[in-house]
Design a protein around this ligand. Structure first.
Ligand SMILES: Nc1ncnc2c1ncn2[C@@H]1O[C@H](COP(=O)(O)OP(=O)(O)O)[C@@H](O)[C@H]1O
Ligand SMILES: [Mg+2]
Length: 347
């Protein structure tokens, strides 16, 4: 288990990490999510005792990193996969790590097998692909058979096969009862990888929640509705006290209305009382991306290929969420039009 308490780091005028309190449980994969510059790497370095907090602290299984007698037996980390001497072989690199940390040398061949590098272990690490380097980094993290593992953006730059491998490997580590804490700025990836989320923006905690609760809290706030008499439908909805926007016809479907902060029950009953025929009535499920952008809004350097998911301006200053109550953070961020409707420019 990892417990951060009021963790804070200031670099000159930059408050990189601002009063972060969260816990990471054993036996689960916990995603550490936030846009670039949010403070994820800084937090991980403080967990590992590589950076000293300006205030607050963090404990690993109840102890400070610096109080761990043989740290690699408690915590393993992959912070930067390219941190390997290019002319050393994978096996030589791991042997050096093992010997310098008083770990048995036979463990080297075990971890090489675990990550599937046995066949290439004699090759110089400088010639490894990024995917192979990541595996080597993970092998290094596993050398001391630690109960707590930290991975900083491990899927960055990997091909789909490499991403799948890492995802499955993390689940396996968690199933073995380990604490697995993995950072990413990629929402879609975290939705598939992590069971729990710690979400930060600009160094502050936005939410600590299960991934499914995070998605649920983000969805169901608007309703898409369509019928042959769209103008009358709009009138009925508006006079019923709800706000409706036009959703023009697209390749996905004909023109419809999007009703905000409403349920399908609300809209269906209004239409029914007016005797209007409906051809479509559907709750719009928000995606994890939308929730993330709404929550971390103003401080996003985050990119996706989909222009509809590009950062939304004017949602700056994400509030601090109440741990375990993701809805708090989300509800107070609900502003006017749904994110997907506010098309930002593609970058
Ligand atoms: N060693 C450092 N010196 C000064 N500023 C730093 C240092 N490390 C990180 N920062 C700043 O702290 C903030 C958080 O950075 P970082 O932890 O790397 O974020 P993330 O990993 O979420 O992208 C950024 O504004 C970054 O520029
Ligand atoms: Mg980082």
């Amino acid at each position: 288990m990892i417990e951060a308490n009021g963790l804070t780091k200031r670099y000159g005028r930059t408050l990189a990490v601002n009063d972060l309190t969260f816990t990471v449980q054993a036996g689960r994969v916990t995603g550490f999510l936030g846009p670039n510059g949010a403070g994820k790497s800084t937090t991980m370095r403080m967990i590992l005792g590589l950076d000293r907090p300006t205030a607050g602290g963090v404990r690993i299984d109840g102890k400070r990193y610096t109080d761990l007698k043989e740290p690699l037996r408690h915590v393993g980390a992959l912070l930067d996969a390219k941190w390997v001497h290019p002319n050393r072989s994978a096996r030589a690199h791991l042997r050096w790590l093992a010997v310098s940390n008083k770990l048995p040398e036979k463990r080297v061949d075990e971890v090489l097998a675990l990550v599937g590098l046995t066949d290439v272990a004699g090759r110089r690490a400088g010639g490894y692909s990024l995917g192979m380097s990541q595996r080597l980094g993970i092998a290094g993290a596993l050398l001391g058979d630690p109960g707590v593992l930290l991975f900083d953006e491990p899927v960055n730059g990997l091909d789909p096969e490499g991403i799948l491998w890492i995802r499955q490997f993390m689940h396996r580590l968690a199933d073995e009862g380990r604490t697995v804490f993995v950072s990413s700025h990629l929402l879609s990836e975290m939705a598939l990888t992590a069971q729990d989320l710690v979400v930060i923006g600009r160094g502050r905690l936005i939410a600590q929640t299960s991934t499914s609760a995070f998605i649920d809290a983000a969805s169901g706030s608007s309703v898409r509705v369509r019928g042959p008499e769209l103008d009358r439908l709009r009138e009925v909805i508006t006079s019923g006290g709800l706000k409706a926007d036009d959703a023009p016809a697209t390749t996905e479907g004909p023109a419809a209305l999007v009703v905000h902060d409403a349920t399908t029950d609300d809209v269906g009953e209004l239409a029914g009382r007016a005797g209007l025929v409906l051809h479509e009535l559907a709750a719009q499920r928000g995606s994890l991306e939308q929730a993330f952008i709404q929550m971390t809004g103003g401080d996003v350097e985050y990119r996706t290929g989909d222009p509809a998911l590009a950062p939304v301006a004017g949602v700056a200053g994400a509030p601090v969420g109440v741990p375990g109550q993701p809805g708090e953070a989300l509800a107070s961020q609900r502003t006017g039009a749904p994110v997907a409707a506010r098309k930002a420019d593609a970058r």
